[in-house]
Ligand binder design. Structure first.
Ligand code: PLP
Length: 411
């Protein structure tokens, strides 16, 4: 009889969003006459912009003609996209340590952040922020890097770094040596950011301890303030201790189209058990070439179109729309007496419930009283208890109506 990977049995039942879905559909079934306003899941709602659509169509047309048809693409992605990324995201930010060869085009940061640990030994210690994007934790569990959960729902063997109001959502630098550290800024779920000075401390820690920072910058496009870095490679020395994940999903509405990239600097080195230096980029290139066959040509062509003058303008307009939603939410919630974080450089608003109300109680009250859906903070980790996330990816009408309704709720 074939046996399963028993590490999967350690996973806590029900991923957060299915549980939200279950509660919302239960409510909808019992109250078919009620309109539900959804501001929970972090998925975009605006369509692909015209410049992207045009390039996408052209890409499909090229695939349909003998002279321009393409089979398998280059392992690491087409040069036209990797070069456009270098010009527009890397050089444009004054970063000189990264080249097009360090860029790996993929079909999503979820897969990349989930798969990257495969190239690192099982004996590495791993740190995650708490609250956290659940993928880093669950994929560590699946790979057998953790024990079972404790009473707080935290897996033994993972180092959790609480991020809360007291530390301004920037975790304390660990007092012990951690080999691999996941950091996400602008952060999902808290919507908060780290300044250059703060990231510098992490880079110094990683350099001193020969650790690697896995930096998830999926939301960098939403940064509005000048002093907030878009890339960890804006920090000197990060090219020796960091990998960065970027995605077109939220930046340009590619959640259903799928395109992202991972940056692994040439200069990033880890060691084998004999103490020999090994290029991390080479390992990932090997993994990528073996297990991935590329993002489709039309999709890469569509992604590159966000860097044309029209593409840039159109993408900026959509981001501005979401960020205006975030502003409306934040202001309204503050007027209603909530303590609110995020929402300035990220499409998420993170509110603290009043009188210590539990996150799931707040969720249930919202749907019962005013039929508004958000995401309970505790679903992202125990340090998220007592917090609640609203996503600014909803439509303007929904945001305004949702905030109006909230004024009439007793919470
Ligand atoms: N990283 C973070 C922090 C996210 O919130 C998400 C999506 O919600 C992703 C990565 C996944 O992005 P992608 O659509 O590129 O897989």
């Amino acid at each position: 009889m074939a046996r399963i990977n028993e590490h999967y049995s350690k996973l806590q039942a029900g991923y957060l969003f299915p549980e939200i879905g279950r509660r919302v559909s239960n409510y909808a079934e019992a109250h078919p006459d009620k309109k539900i306003i959804k501001m929970g899941i972090g998925d975009v709602t605006k369509p692909l912009c015209p410049a992207v659509m045009q390039a996408f169509h052209e890409g499909v047309d090229e695939m349909g003609q003998e002279k321009s048809f393409k089979g398998y693409g280059p392992d690491k992605g087409y040069d036209f996209l990797r070069n456009a990324i270098i010009d527009n995201e890397i050089k444009a930010r004054g970063i000189t340590t990264i080249t097009a060869d360090d860029i790996f085009i993929s079909d999503g940061s979820k897969c990349d952040t989930g798969n990257i640990l495969e190239i690192f030994g099982l004996d590495n210690s791993i740190a995650v922020q708490d609250p956290v994007y659940p993928v880093y934790v669950d994929t560590s569990v699946m790979a057998g890097r953790t024990g079972t959960t404790n009473e707080k729902g935290q897996y033994e063997g993972l180092h959790y770094m609480p991020c809360n109001e007291e530390n301004n959502f920037i975790p304390e630098i660990p007092s012990k040596k951690i080999d691999i550290i996941f950091l996400c800024y602008p952060n999902n779920p808290t919507g908060t950011t780290a300044t250059k000075e703060e990231l510098k401390k992490w880079v110094e820690y990683a350099q001193k301890n020969k650790s690697i920072i896995l930096f998830d910058a999926a939301y960098e496009a939403f940064i509005q303030e000048d002093n907030v870095p878009h890339s960890i490679f804006e920090i000197e020395g990060a090219e020796n201790c960091a990998i960065e994940f970027r995605s077109f999903s939220k930046k340009a509405g590619f959640t259903g189209t799928r395109c992202a990239y991972t940056i692994i600097p040439e200069t990033l080195i880890a060691t084998d058990s004999k103490g020999n230096d090994v290029s991390v980029k080479k390992l990932w290139a090997r993994r990528h070439a073996t297990k991935f066959n590329g993002t489709s040509y039309p999709v890469q062509k569509a992604a590159a179109a966000i860097y044309s003058p029209e593409g840039k303008k159109q993408v900026e307009e959509t981001i501005a729309y979401y960020m205006e939603n975030a502003r409306i939410m934040k202001e309204s919630l503050q007027e209603q007496g909530f303590t609110v974080f995020g929402g300035v450089n990220a499409p998420y608003v993170w509110l603290k419930t009043k009188n210590g109300m539990k996150s799931w109680d707040f969720f249930d009250q919202l749907i019962e009283q005013i039929q508004v859906v958000g995401t309970p903070g505790s679903g992202f980790g125990s340090a998220g208890e007592g917090y609640f996330r609203f996503s600014a990816f909803a439509s303007r009408e929904q945001v305004i109506e949702g905030m109006e309704k909230l004024k009439n709720a007793s919470l």
